[in-house]
Design a protein around this ligand. Structure first.
Ligand code: SF4
Length: 356
């Protein structure tokens, strides 16, 4: 049986676990210090723990479970990691450098059941959820990569936008957020973390009630049901008349700005008419909305889609701006490597199949 990752525990959970196993509660803080401040790889490096405690940790828990399979580095400094998990499944994690710091995009599920028609990850249905430790470990592996280059460099931002729908793995995602946000650990500010959902309306209500300052992004991608259902089949279960009230509830409850992600697909959702419909959809929440226009990264398997013309992107942007909608066009990262989410993983899986 695989041992549990020590990164799965919140600080309180670890303290309780230690007490249950005959250890003192204060050891939890010492262990967290070794894990998140000194960032050791082995329990025996935790030199202020007694032998009994070390034996217990070695017997029951493990620090590292992910194995780095591939690391692709882009000219702009973006690094895409492909990790193999203990069950052989592959996941992607991306490190991006911005002028405000380093941001990591994490994966929350092996595959995804949402099935967005433009997405490489959605091609492969969900195999399983990641546990909180496996999500935390992605951050730790990237942080350790930075440590090797320069001890001063820190992961300062997190986007939960990699493979998977985080709200379809809600409890593990929330535990992950609590662990990385804890001041006694990595202490990554909640306002520096963004969770992106495809629109599981029920979970948006839950998230609004969490009393956590983490940002929310909604993958909208279309301003009407007909088009949105074509692009994202989740819209059948949660059409705009269910989704937008959930967003209104979130805004009212948190008073936090929400980001609407909008991938521009040539001649599909990038006409002036859709820009005008988007203005109408968001007009009552302009003050708390930001629209992130994303130029599409073509994926081999989805050759029905291509990137919008520059003029179409600009026209779309102008219409939003002229109507008082805060918006921007996403700066692209890693275009010279497998930039689209899930691309590296699906390529590697094909290679592994061919070997068999
Ligand atoms: S875009 Fe996100 S939610 Fe949609 S299929 Fe891809 S991983 Fe899943």
């Amino acid at each position: 049986m695989n041992k549990k990752s020590i990164y799965s525990f919140t600080l309180n959970e670890l303290a309780d676990w230690l007490v249950e196993h005959g250890q003192k509660k204060f050891r939890a803080k010492q262990i967290w210090d070794w894990l998140y401040k000194k960032r050791v790889d082995y329990f025996h490096e935790m030199t202020n723990l007694n032998q009994e405690c070390l034996d217990l940790l070695n017997e029951k828990l493990v620090i590292g479970t992910l194995k780095e399979e591939i690391k692709q580095e882009s000219k702009d400094g973006t690094i895409k990691f492909l990790f193999k998990m203990t069950d052989g499944n592959l996941i992607e994690t991306v490190l991006m450098k911005f002028n405000y710091g380093y941001s990591v995009c994490v994966t929350t599920q092996v595959g995804c059941n949402i099935g967005c028609s433009f997405c490489a990850s959605g091609l492969l249905t969900k195999d399983r959820d990641l546990n909180a430790g496996e999500i935390v470990e992605q951050i730790m592996n990237v942080q350790k990569h930075l440590d090797k280059r320069n001890k001063e460099e820190r992961v300062s931002h997190i986007v939960v936008m990699g493979i998977g729908e985080p709200f379809d793995n809600y409890n593990n995602t929330m535990n992950f957020l609590r662990i990385v946000n804890d001041q006694k650990g990595l202490s990554i500010g909640a306002r520096h973390i963004t969770v992106s959902t495809s629109g599981l309306a029920k979970k948006i209500y839950d998230f609004a009630d969490e009393n956590i300052q983490v940002n929310l992004a909604l993958s909208l991608h279309a301003p009407n049901n007909e088009l949105r259902t074509k692009i994202m089949k989740i819209n059948k279960a949660f059409p705009l008349e269910k989704l937008m009230p959930a967003i209104d509830y979130y805004l009212e409850k948190t008073n936090r700005r929400i980001t609407f992600e909008y991938i521009l697909l040539k001649d599909v959702n990038d006409h002036k008419e859709e820009a005008k419909q988007l203005v109408q959809l968001l007009k009552n929440k302009r003050h708390l909305s930001y629209v992130n226009l994303i130029p599409y990264n073509p994926v081999d398997e989805h050759n029905q889609y291509s990137r919008s013309e520059k003029k179409a992107i600009l026209d779309f942007y102008q219409i939003l701006l002229e109507n008082g909608i805060n918006c921007g066009v996403r700066v692209e990262h890693g275009t010279d490597i497998d930039a689209a989410c899930g691309q590296l993983r699906s390529k590697q899986m094909k290679k592994e199949k061919q070997k068999v």
